[in-house]
Design a protein around this ligand. Structure first.
Ligand SMILES: Cc1cc2nc3c(=O)[nH]c(=O)nc-3n(C[C@H](O)[C@H](O)[C@H](O)COP(=O)(O)OP(=O)(O)OC[C@H]3O[C@@H](n4cnc5c(N)ncnc54)[C@H](O)[C@@H]3O)c2cc1C
Length: 477
Protein backbone atom coordinates (compact mmCIF):
# COMPACT_ATOMS: atom_id res chain seq x y z
CA UNK A 1 0.00 0.00 0.00
CA UNK A 2 1.63 3.27 -0.97
CA UNK A 3 0.37 6.52 0.44
CA UNK A 4 0.47 10.10 -0.86
CA UNK A 5 -0.57 13.45 0.56
CA UNK A 6 -2.30 15.96 -1.72
CA UNK A 7 -1.83 19.46 -0.36
CA UNK A 8 -4.74 21.69 -1.47
CA UNK A 9 -4.08 25.41 -1.76
CA UNK A 10 -5.42 27.53 -4.64
CA UNK A 11 -7.06 24.50 -6.32
CA UNK A 12 -10.16 23.67 -4.31
CA UNK A 13 -11.70 21.18 -6.74
CA UNK A 14 -11.77 17.47 -7.60
CA UNK A 15 -12.09 17.72 -11.39
CA UNK A 16 -9.25 18.78 -13.70
CA UNK A 17 -6.87 18.64 -10.78
CA UNK A 18 -3.49 17.35 -12.03
CA UNK A 19 -1.95 16.89 -8.57
CA UNK A 20 -4.95 14.96 -7.25
CA UNK A 21 -5.29 12.85 -10.40
CA UNK A 22 -1.60 11.93 -10.39
CA UNK A 23 -1.63 11.03 -6.71
CA UNK A 24 -4.72 8.85 -7.17
CA UNK A 25 -3.17 7.14 -10.19
CA UNK A 26 0.19 6.48 -8.56
CA UNK A 27 -0.78 5.59 -4.97
CA UNK A 28 -3.36 3.36 -3.37
CA UNK A 29 -4.05 5.65 -0.38
CA UNK A 30 -4.48 9.40 -0.67
CA UNK A 31 -4.81 11.95 2.12
CA UNK A 32 -6.42 15.25 1.01
CA UNK A 33 -4.97 18.02 3.19
CA UNK A 34 -5.53 21.73 3.70
CA UNK A 35 -3.08 23.69 5.87
CA UNK A 36 -4.14 27.12 7.06
CA UNK A 37 -0.99 29.22 7.21
CA UNK A 38 -1.89 32.82 6.37
CA UNK A 39 1.40 34.09 7.81
CA UNK A 40 3.17 32.33 4.93
CA UNK A 41 1.40 34.58 2.43
CA UNK A 42 2.69 37.76 4.12
CA UNK A 43 2.56 40.61 3.30
CA UNK A 44 -0.54 39.55 1.36
CA UNK A 45 -2.44 37.50 3.94
CA UNK A 46 -5.98 36.80 2.70
CA UNK A 47 -8.34 39.72 3.29
CA UNK A 48 -11.69 39.54 5.06
CA UNK A 49 -13.79 38.84 1.94
CA UNK A 50 -11.33 36.17 0.75
CA UNK A 51 -11.50 34.48 4.13
CA UNK A 52 -15.29 34.35 3.86
CA UNK A 53 -15.01 32.69 0.47
CA UNK A 54 -12.29 30.32 1.65
CA UNK A 55 -14.45 29.10 4.54
CA UNK A 56 -17.34 28.20 2.26
CA UNK A 57 -15.11 26.79 -0.46
CA UNK A 58 -13.36 24.47 2.01
CA UNK A 59 -16.76 23.38 3.33
CA UNK A 60 -17.87 22.59 -0.22
CA UNK A 61 -14.67 20.67 -0.94
CA UNK A 62 -15.06 18.68 2.25
CA UNK A 63 -18.62 17.78 1.23
CA UNK A 64 -17.32 16.56 -2.11
CA UNK A 65 -14.87 14.30 -0.32
CA UNK A 66 -17.54 13.02 2.06
CA UNK A 67 -19.68 12.04 -0.91
CA UNK A 68 -16.75 9.99 -2.18
CA UNK A 69 -16.02 8.33 1.14
CA UNK A 70 -13.17 10.62 2.15
CA UNK A 71 -12.62 13.75 4.17
CA UNK A 72 -10.51 16.88 3.89
CA UNK A 73 -7.94 16.85 6.68
CA UNK A 74 -7.56 20.41 7.98
CA UNK A 75 -4.58 21.69 9.94
CA UNK A 76 -3.24 25.05 11.04
CA UNK A 77 0.38 26.21 11.31
CA UNK A 78 3.74 26.05 9.61
CA UNK A 79 3.19 24.12 6.36
CA UNK A 80 6.53 22.29 6.37
CA UNK A 81 6.12 21.10 9.97
CA UNK A 82 2.59 19.87 9.27
CA UNK A 83 3.67 18.05 6.09
CA UNK A 84 6.61 16.43 7.89
CA UNK A 85 4.42 15.32 10.75
CA UNK A 86 1.71 13.88 8.50
CA UNK A 87 4.21 12.20 6.18
CA UNK A 88 5.62 10.44 9.20
CA UNK A 89 2.23 9.52 10.65
CA UNK A 90 0.93 8.09 7.35
CA UNK A 91 4.28 6.81 6.02
CA UNK A 92 3.52 8.83 2.89
CA UNK A 93 6.03 8.40 0.11
CA UNK A 94 5.06 11.52 -1.75
CA UNK A 95 3.45 14.93 -1.50
CA UNK A 96 1.57 16.41 -4.48
CA UNK A 97 0.42 19.96 -5.11
CA UNK A 98 -0.60 22.29 -7.93
CA UNK A 99 1.63 25.32 -8.34
CA UNK A 100 0.90 28.84 -7.17
CA UNK A 101 2.66 31.86 -8.63
CA UNK A 102 2.67 34.53 -5.88
CA UNK A 103 6.24 35.38 -4.79
CA UNK A 104 5.67 34.25 -1.17
CA UNK A 105 4.15 30.95 -2.33
CA UNK A 106 7.04 30.27 -4.71
CA UNK A 107 9.60 30.90 -1.95
CA UNK A 108 7.68 28.67 0.49
CA UNK A 109 7.20 25.84 -1.99
CA UNK A 110 10.87 25.88 -3.04
CA UNK A 111 11.95 25.64 0.60
CA UNK A 112 9.47 22.85 1.37
CA UNK A 113 10.36 20.90 -1.75
CA UNK A 114 14.06 20.92 -0.87
CA UNK A 115 13.45 19.98 2.76
CA UNK A 116 11.10 17.08 1.98
CA UNK A 117 13.34 15.72 -0.75
CA UNK A 118 16.28 15.68 1.64
CA UNK A 119 14.12 13.54 3.91
CA UNK A 120 13.44 11.07 1.09
CA UNK A 121 9.86 12.21 0.36
CA UNK A 122 9.03 12.68 -3.33
CA UNK A 123 7.47 16.03 -4.17
CA UNK A 124 5.41 16.47 -7.33
CA UNK A 125 4.35 20.00 -8.23
CA UNK A 126 1.92 20.20 -11.16
CA UNK A 127 0.65 22.96 -13.44
CA UNK A 128 -2.98 23.46 -12.64
CA UNK A 129 -4.51 26.88 -12.82
CA UNK A 130 -3.25 28.49 -16.03
CA UNK A 131 -3.30 27.54 -19.68
CA UNK A 132 0.48 27.82 -19.82
CA UNK A 133 3.10 28.11 -17.11
CA UNK A 134 4.47 31.68 -16.95
CA UNK A 135 7.91 30.58 -18.15
CA UNK A 136 6.50 28.73 -21.15
CA UNK A 137 5.46 31.93 -22.93
CA UNK A 138 8.40 34.04 -24.09
CA UNK A 139 9.34 36.54 -26.79
CA UNK A 140 11.51 35.47 -29.72
CA UNK A 141 14.62 36.38 -27.73
CA UNK A 142 13.44 34.38 -24.72
CA UNK A 143 12.34 37.34 -22.60
CA UNK A 144 9.06 37.75 -20.70
CA UNK A 145 6.36 39.78 -22.42
CA UNK A 146 5.52 43.26 -21.15
CA UNK A 147 2.75 44.06 -23.62
CA UNK A 148 -0.55 42.19 -23.70
CA UNK A 149 -1.30 41.98 -27.44
CA UNK A 150 1.87 40.08 -28.50
CA UNK A 151 1.61 37.99 -25.32
CA UNK A 152 -1.93 36.99 -26.24
CA UNK A 153 -1.02 36.37 -29.88
CA UNK A 154 1.69 33.99 -28.74
CA UNK A 155 -0.43 32.27 -26.07
CA UNK A 156 -3.51 32.04 -28.31
CA UNK A 157 -1.68 29.96 -30.93
CA UNK A 158 -0.57 27.57 -28.21
CA UNK A 159 -3.52 27.21 -25.79
CA UNK A 160 -3.65 24.00 -23.83
CA UNK A 161 -6.29 22.17 -25.87
CA UNK A 162 -6.14 18.92 -23.95
CA UNK A 163 -9.45 17.80 -22.44
CA UNK A 164 -9.96 18.56 -18.73
CA UNK A 165 -9.17 15.69 -16.37
CA UNK A 166 -12.14 13.83 -14.92
CA UNK A 167 -13.02 13.93 -11.21
CA UNK A 168 -10.26 12.08 -9.39
CA UNK A 169 -11.01 8.99 -7.33
CA UNK A 170 -8.50 7.31 -5.03
CA UNK A 171 -8.48 3.58 -4.43
CA UNK A 172 -8.75 4.55 -0.78
CA UNK A 173 -9.12 7.99 0.75
CA UNK A 174 -7.13 8.11 3.93
CA UNK A 175 -9.00 9.49 6.96
CA UNK A 176 -6.90 10.62 9.86
CA UNK A 177 -7.66 11.71 13.41
CA UNK A 178 -6.31 14.98 14.71
CA UNK A 179 -7.66 17.28 12.02
CA UNK A 180 -9.34 20.58 12.90
CA UNK A 181 -12.99 21.42 12.34
CA UNK A 182 -13.31 24.17 9.73
CA UNK A 183 -14.73 26.56 12.35
CA UNK A 184 -11.39 26.40 14.21
CA UNK A 185 -9.79 28.43 11.41
CA UNK A 186 -12.04 31.38 12.35
CA UNK A 187 -12.37 32.55 8.77
CA UNK A 188 -15.83 34.08 9.10
CA UNK A 189 -16.23 37.63 10.42
CA UNK A 190 -17.29 38.07 14.05
CA UNK A 191 -19.50 41.01 13.15
CA UNK A 192 -21.65 39.65 10.35
CA UNK A 193 -21.24 42.12 7.48
CA UNK A 194 -21.46 39.24 5.02
CA UNK A 195 -25.23 38.79 4.70
CA UNK A 196 -25.26 40.05 1.08
CA UNK A 197 -22.50 37.65 0.12
CA UNK A 198 -24.49 34.48 0.77
CA UNK A 199 -27.36 35.71 -1.41
CA UNK A 200 -25.12 36.21 -4.42
CA UNK A 201 -22.43 33.56 -4.24
CA UNK A 202 -22.17 29.80 -4.03
CA UNK A 203 -18.48 29.08 -3.37
CA UNK A 204 -17.15 25.69 -4.43
CA UNK A 205 -16.78 23.55 -7.48
CA UNK A 206 -20.46 22.93 -8.14
CA UNK A 207 -21.24 26.65 -7.72
CA UNK A 208 -18.54 27.42 -10.31
CA UNK A 209 -19.92 24.92 -12.80
CA UNK A 210 -23.49 26.13 -12.37
CA UNK A 211 -22.39 29.73 -12.95
CA UNK A 212 -20.47 28.72 -16.06
CA UNK A 213 -23.56 26.98 -17.46
CA UNK A 214 -25.72 30.04 -16.76
CA UNK A 215 -23.15 32.28 -18.41
CA UNK A 216 -22.93 30.06 -21.51
CA UNK A 217 -26.73 29.93 -21.83
CA UNK A 218 -27.56 33.56 -21.06
CA UNK A 219 -24.60 35.85 -21.62
CA UNK A 220 -21.87 34.36 -23.79
CA UNK A 221 -23.45 35.36 -27.09
CA UNK A 222 -23.77 39.02 -26.05
CA UNK A 223 -20.56 39.15 -23.94
CA UNK A 224 -18.54 41.39 -26.29
CA UNK A 225 -21.10 44.21 -25.99
CA UNK A 226 -22.68 43.58 -22.59
CA UNK A 227 -19.43 43.12 -20.65
CA UNK A 228 -19.12 46.88 -20.28
CA UNK A 229 -22.62 47.50 -18.91
CA UNK A 230 -22.62 47.31 -15.11
CA UNK A 231 -26.42 47.13 -14.82
CA UNK A 232 -26.48 43.88 -16.80
CA UNK A 233 -25.30 40.44 -15.72
CA UNK A 234 -23.22 40.48 -18.87
CA UNK A 235 -20.04 38.93 -17.45
CA UNK A 236 -19.42 35.51 -15.96
CA UNK A 237 -18.64 36.45 -12.32
CA UNK A 238 -16.32 33.47 -12.32
CA UNK A 239 -13.38 35.49 -10.94
CA UNK A 240 -13.57 34.24 -7.30
CA UNK A 241 -14.09 30.67 -8.49
CA UNK A 242 -11.04 31.01 -10.72
CA UNK A 243 -8.99 32.57 -7.95
CA UNK A 244 -9.72 29.72 -5.55
CA UNK A 245 -9.13 27.15 -8.26
CA UNK A 246 -12.66 25.77 -8.17
CA UNK A 247 -12.65 25.79 -11.96
CA UNK A 248 -9.83 25.98 -14.51
CA UNK A 249 -9.36 27.94 -17.74
CA UNK A 250 -9.10 24.59 -19.51
CA UNK A 251 -12.56 23.55 -18.23
CA UNK A 252 -14.02 26.93 -19.16
CA UNK A 253 -12.65 26.80 -22.69
CA UNK A 254 -13.95 23.26 -23.17
CA UNK A 255 -17.42 24.34 -21.95
CA UNK A 256 -17.44 27.40 -24.24
CA UNK A 257 -16.53 25.30 -27.29
CA UNK A 258 -19.05 22.61 -26.36
CA UNK A 259 -21.73 25.21 -26.02
CA UNK A 260 -20.87 26.86 -29.33
CA UNK A 261 -20.95 23.49 -31.09
CA UNK A 262 -24.48 22.81 -29.86
CA UNK A 263 -25.79 25.84 -31.73
CA UNK A 264 -26.33 26.02 -35.47
CA UNK A 265 -23.71 28.04 -37.33
CA UNK A 266 -25.86 31.22 -37.61
CA UNK A 267 -26.44 31.47 -33.85
CA UNK A 268 -23.07 30.17 -32.72
CA UNK A 269 -21.59 32.46 -30.04
CA UNK A 270 -18.02 33.58 -30.56
CA UNK A 271 -15.95 32.52 -27.51
CA UNK A 272 -12.95 34.69 -28.52
CA UNK A 273 -13.78 37.89 -26.59
CA UNK A 274 -14.19 35.86 -23.41
CA UNK A 275 -11.04 33.80 -23.98
CA UNK A 276 -9.16 37.07 -24.45
CA UNK A 277 -10.22 38.22 -20.96
CA UNK A 278 -8.90 34.97 -19.56
CA UNK A 279 -5.77 35.89 -21.53
CA UNK A 280 -5.48 39.03 -19.35
CA UNK A 281 -5.52 36.75 -16.31
CA UNK A 282 -2.69 34.71 -17.81
CA UNK A 283 -0.81 37.92 -18.63
CA UNK A 284 -1.21 39.13 -15.05
CA UNK A 285 0.27 35.87 -13.73
CA UNK A 286 3.06 36.04 -16.32
CA UNK A 287 3.97 39.54 -15.10
CA UNK A 288 3.76 38.66 -11.41
CA UNK A 289 5.98 35.62 -11.92
CA UNK A 290 8.63 37.48 -13.89
CA UNK A 291 8.42 40.80 -12.00
CA UNK A 292 7.61 39.80 -8.42
CA UNK A 293 8.37 43.25 -6.98
CA UNK A 294 5.55 44.78 -9.05
CA UNK A 295 3.16 44.30 -6.10
CA UNK A 296 4.92 47.09 -4.22
CA UNK A 297 6.86 49.00 -6.90
CA UNK A 298 5.76 50.90 -9.97
CA UNK A 299 6.31 48.66 -12.94
CA UNK A 300 7.58 51.69 -14.82
CA UNK A 301 10.38 53.00 -12.55
CA UNK A 302 10.04 56.54 -13.94
CA UNK A 303 6.86 56.91 -11.91
CA UNK A 304 8.83 56.63 -8.67
CA UNK A 305 9.17 60.43 -8.84
CA UNK A 306 5.44 61.16 -9.19
CA UNK A 307 4.01 63.33 -6.40
CA UNK A 308 1.10 61.45 -4.81
CA UNK A 309 -1.24 63.32 -2.48
CA UNK A 310 -1.44 62.72 1.26
CA UNK A 311 -5.11 62.60 2.19
CA UNK A 312 -6.60 62.08 5.63
CA UNK A 313 -8.19 58.86 6.84
CA UNK A 314 -11.63 60.48 6.74
CA UNK A 315 -11.14 61.44 3.09
CA UNK A 316 -10.00 57.93 2.19
CA UNK A 317 -12.99 56.56 4.12
CA UNK A 318 -15.31 58.57 1.85
CA UNK A 319 -13.94 56.68 -1.17
CA UNK A 320 -14.00 53.33 0.65
CA UNK A 321 -17.58 53.66 1.80
CA UNK A 322 -19.00 55.14 -1.41
CA UNK A 323 -19.61 58.71 -0.23
CA UNK A 324 -17.39 60.66 -2.64
CA UNK A 325 -20.36 62.49 -4.17
CA UNK A 326 -19.54 61.04 -7.62
CA UNK A 327 -22.36 58.57 -8.40
CA UNK A 328 -20.60 55.93 -10.52
CA UNK A 329 -17.67 55.75 -8.08
CA UNK A 330 -20.00 55.52 -5.08
CA UNK A 331 -22.24 52.90 -6.69
CA UNK A 332 -19.18 50.73 -7.39
CA UNK A 333 -17.71 51.09 -3.92
CA UNK A 334 -21.05 50.19 -2.34
CA UNK A 335 -21.48 47.21 -4.66
CA UNK A 336 -18.03 46.08 -3.52
CA UNK A 337 -18.89 46.45 0.16
CA UNK A 338 -22.21 44.62 -0.11
CA UNK A 339 -21.26 41.83 -2.50
CA UNK A 340 -17.45 41.52 -2.41
CA UNK A 341 -17.35 42.14 -6.17
CA UNK A 342 -17.41 45.14 -8.49
CA UNK A 343 -18.02 45.31 -12.21
CA UNK A 344 -14.78 45.68 -14.21
CA UNK A 345 -15.76 48.95 -15.90
CA UNK A 346 -16.60 50.46 -12.51
CA UNK A 347 -13.37 49.11 -10.96
CA UNK A 348 -11.51 51.12 -13.60
CA UNK A 349 -13.51 54.28 -12.89
CA UNK A 350 -13.25 53.96 -9.08
CA UNK A 351 -9.51 53.29 -9.32
CA UNK A 352 -8.98 56.19 -11.70
CA UNK A 353 -10.87 58.53 -9.36
CA UNK A 354 -8.65 57.50 -6.44
CA UNK A 355 -5.33 57.61 -8.27
CA UNK A 356 -5.92 60.55 -10.62
CA UNK A 357 -8.60 62.84 -9.16
CA UNK A 358 -7.58 62.30 -5.54
CA UNK A 359 -3.97 61.42 -6.53
CA UNK A 360 -3.76 58.75 -3.83
CA UNK A 361 -1.07 56.12 -4.39
CA UNK A 362 -2.44 53.05 -6.23
CA UNK A 363 -1.23 50.81 -3.40
CA UNK A 364 -3.80 52.28 -0.98
CA UNK A 365 -6.54 51.30 -3.39
CA UNK A 366 -5.02 47.89 -4.07
CA UNK A 367 -4.97 47.22 -0.31
CA UNK A 368 -8.64 48.13 0.08
CA UNK A 369 -9.62 45.93 -2.85
CA UNK A 370 -7.46 43.16 -1.38
CA UNK A 371 -9.47 43.22 1.82
CA UNK A 372 -12.93 43.61 0.30
CA UNK A 373 -12.95 41.62 -2.97
CA UNK A 374 -14.01 37.97 -2.91
CA UNK A 375 -11.88 37.58 -6.04
CA UNK A 376 -8.84 39.41 -4.55
CA UNK A 377 -5.99 38.02 -6.60
CA UNK A 378 -2.46 39.33 -6.29
CA UNK A 379 -1.66 39.05 -10.00
CA UNK A 380 -4.94 40.51 -11.32
CA UNK A 381 -5.24 43.19 -8.66
CA UNK A 382 -1.69 44.43 -9.18
CA UNK A 383 -2.14 44.52 -12.94
CA UNK A 384 -5.51 46.28 -12.63
CA UNK A 385 -4.26 49.00 -10.30
CA UNK A 386 -1.00 49.64 -12.12
CA UNK A 387 -2.86 49.68 -15.45
CA UNK A 388 -5.32 52.33 -14.26
CA UNK A 389 -2.67 54.36 -12.41
CA UNK A 390 -0.60 54.43 -15.60
CA UNK A 391 2.44 53.05 -13.81
CA UNK A 392 2.23 49.48 -15.09
CA UNK A 393 3.34 47.26 -17.93
CA UNK A 394 1.16 47.94 -20.96
CA UNK A 395 -0.74 50.49 -18.87
CA UNK A 396 -3.29 53.05 -19.93
CA UNK A 397 -1.32 56.27 -20.55
CA UNK A 398 -1.26 58.36 -17.38
CA UNK A 399 -3.01 61.28 -19.06
CA UNK A 400 -6.03 59.12 -19.96
CA UNK A 401 -8.16 59.98 -16.96
CA UNK A 402 -11.59 58.37 -16.80
CA UNK A 403 -14.38 60.93 -16.57
CA UNK A 404 -16.89 59.28 -14.19
CA UNK A 405 -19.77 61.36 -15.54
CA UNK A 406 -19.30 60.49 -19.20
CA UNK A 407 -18.52 56.89 -18.23
CA UNK A 408 -21.82 56.51 -16.40
CA UNK A 409 -23.77 58.33 -19.14
CA UNK A 410 -22.26 55.98 -21.70
CA UNK A 411 -22.34 52.64 -19.86
CA UNK A 412 -25.36 53.14 -17.57
CA UNK A 413 -27.42 55.57 -19.66
CA UNK A 414 -30.72 54.94 -17.85
CA UNK A 415 -29.07 54.94 -14.44
CA UNK A 416 -30.25 51.42 -13.57
CA UNK A 417 -26.93 50.53 -11.90
CA UNK A 418 -26.70 53.89 -10.10
CA UNK A 419 -30.22 53.60 -8.70
CA UNK A 420 -29.57 50.00 -7.60
CA UNK A 421 -26.66 50.99 -5.36
CA UNK A 422 -27.58 54.57 -4.46
CA UNK A 423 -31.14 54.28 -3.12
CA UNK A 424 -31.14 57.93 -2.01
CA UNK A 425 -30.96 58.90 -5.71
CA UNK A 426 -33.58 56.39 -6.87
CA UNK A 427 -36.16 59.05 -7.70
CA UNK A 428 -33.80 61.56 -9.24
CA UNK A 429 -34.45 62.19 -12.96
CA UNK A 430 -31.88 60.55 -15.23
CA UNK A 431 -30.69 63.87 -16.65
CA UNK A 432 -29.33 64.91 -13.21
CA UNK A 433 -28.53 61.44 -11.86
CA UNK A 434 -25.07 61.24 -13.39
CA UNK A 435 -24.00 64.61 -11.95
CA UNK A 436 -26.41 65.53 -9.15
CA UNK A 437 -24.27 68.51 -8.07
CA UNK A 438 -25.54 70.27 -11.19
CA UNK A 439 -28.84 70.60 -9.32
CA UNK A 440 -28.15 71.88 -5.76
CA UNK A 441 -31.81 71.35 -4.84
CA UNK A 442 -31.37 67.65 -5.61
CA UNK A 443 -28.45 67.42 -3.18
CA UNK A 444 -30.43 69.22 -0.47
CA UNK A 445 -33.47 67.00 -0.97
CA UNK A 446 -31.67 63.65 -1.15
CA UNK A 447 -28.84 64.28 1.33
CA UNK A 448 -26.39 62.94 -1.28
CA UNK A 449 -22.98 64.60 -0.71
CA UNK A 450 -21.36 67.20 -2.97
CA UNK A 451 -18.33 65.83 -4.81
CA UNK A 452 -15.23 65.72 -2.62
CA UNK A 453 -13.19 67.23 -5.46
CA UNK A 454 -13.98 69.23 -8.52
CA UNK A 455 -13.57 66.73 -11.37
CA UNK A 456 -12.17 69.20 -13.91
CA UNK A 457 -9.77 70.95 -11.52
CA UNK A 458 -8.47 67.69 -10.04
CA UNK A 459 -7.93 66.32 -13.53
CA UNK A 460 -5.86 69.39 -14.39
CA UNK A 461 -3.85 68.99 -11.17
CA UNK A 462 -3.07 65.35 -12.05
CA UNK A 463 -1.96 66.36 -15.53
CA UNK A 464 0.24 69.09 -14.06
CA UNK A 465 1.90 66.59 -11.70
CA UNK A 466 2.49 64.34 -14.68
CA UNK A 467 4.00 67.18 -16.75
CA UNK A 468 6.30 67.94 -13.87
CA UNK A 469 7.36 64.28 -13.76
CA UNK A 470 8.01 64.29 -17.49
CA UNK A 471 10.15 67.41 -17.13
CA UNK A 472 12.49 65.69 -14.66
CA UNK A 473 12.32 62.12 -15.96
CA UNK A 474 12.01 60.55 -19.34
CA UNK A 475 8.44 59.34 -19.21
CA UNK A 476 7.08 58.48 -22.65
CA UNK A 477 3.88 60.06 -24.03
C1 LIG B 1 -8.34 48.20 -10.25
C2 LIG B 1 -8.67 46.77 -10.64
C3 LIG B 1 -8.48 45.75 -9.75
C4 LIG B 1 -8.79 44.43 -10.10
N1 LIG B 1 -8.59 43.42 -9.19
C5 LIG B 1 -8.86 42.14 -9.53
C6 LIG B 1 -8.66 41.09 -8.59
O1 LIG B 1 -8.18 41.28 -7.47
N2 LIG B 1 -9.02 39.82 -8.97
C7 LIG B 1 -9.52 39.54 -10.22
O2 LIG B 1 -9.81 38.39 -10.52
N3 LIG B 1 -9.67 40.53 -11.14
C8 LIG B 1 -9.37 41.81 -10.84
N4 LIG B 1 -9.57 42.80 -11.76
C9 LIG B 1 -9.93 42.44 -13.14
C10 LIG B 1 -11.44 42.38 -13.47
O3 LIG B 1 -12.09 43.52 -13.01
C11 LIG B 1 -12.12 41.15 -12.87
O4 LIG B 1 -11.39 39.98 -13.20
C12 LIG B 1 -13.54 40.97 -13.43
O5 LIG B 1 -14.31 42.12 -13.17
C13 LIG B 1 -14.17 39.76 -12.78
O6 LIG B 1 -15.50 39.62 -13.16
P1 LIG B 1 -15.97 38.43 -14.11
O7 LIG B 1 -15.47 37.13 -13.60
O8 LIG B 1 -17.41 38.58 -14.33
O9 LIG B 1 -15.17 38.77 -15.45
P2 LIG B 1 -15.42 38.25 -16.93
O10 LIG B 1 -15.61 39.44 -17.80
O11 LIG B 1 -16.45 37.21 -16.98
O12 LIG B 1 -13.98 37.66 -17.31
C14 LIG B 1 -13.63 36.29 -17.16
C15 LIG B 1 -12.38 36.14 -16.34
O13 LIG B 1 -11.27 36.74 -17.01
C16 LIG B 1 -10.38 37.29 -16.06
N5 LIG B 1 -10.28 38.73 -16.30
C17 LIG B 1 -11.21 39.54 -16.82
N6 LIG B 1 -10.75 40.81 -16.90
C18 LIG B 1 -9.50 40.78 -16.40
C19 LIG B 1 -8.49 41.76 -16.19
N7 LIG B 1 -8.68 43.04 -16.56
N8 LIG B 1 -7.33 41.40 -15.63
C20 LIG B 1 -7.10 40.11 -15.27
N9 LIG B 1 -8.01 39.13 -15.44
C21 LIG B 1 -9.20 39.46 -16.00
C22 LIG B 1 -10.96 37.02 -14.69
O14 LIG B 1 -10.37 35.86 -14.17
C23 LIG B 1 -12.43 36.83 -14.99
O15 LIG B 1 -13.09 36.03 -14.05
C24 LIG B 1 -9.26 44.14 -11.41
C25 LIG B 1 -9.46 45.19 -12.32
C26 LIG B 1 -9.18 46.49 -11.94
C27 LIG B 1 -9.39 47.60 -12.93
Amino acid sequence: MSCAIVWFRGDLRLADNPALSAACAEHSQVLPLYIHSPQEAAPWRPGAASRWWLHHSLAALNERFHAKGGSLHIRHGDALSVLRQLAQATRAEAVYWNRQYEPAAIARDTRIKEALRLEGIHVHSKPGNLWREPWQVATKVGEPYRVFTPFWRSLRTDLDGSPPLPVAQAAQWLRLDGGLPLSALELLPRIRWDTGFGQLWKPGESGANELLEVFCDDALSSYAKARDLPARHGTSRLSPHLHFGEITPRQIRAALLRHADRRDSRNRPDPEPYLRELGWREFAHHLLYHFPTSTQEDFNPNFAGLRWAEIGEDQLARWQSGRTGVPLVDAGMRELWHTGWMHNRVRMVAASFLTKNLRVHWQSGARWFWDTLVDADLANNTLGWQWVAGTGADAAPYFRIFNPVTQSQKFDPDGVYLRRWLPELADVPTRVLHEPWADPACLRRTGYPSPMVDLAASRQAALAAYSELRRVREVPD
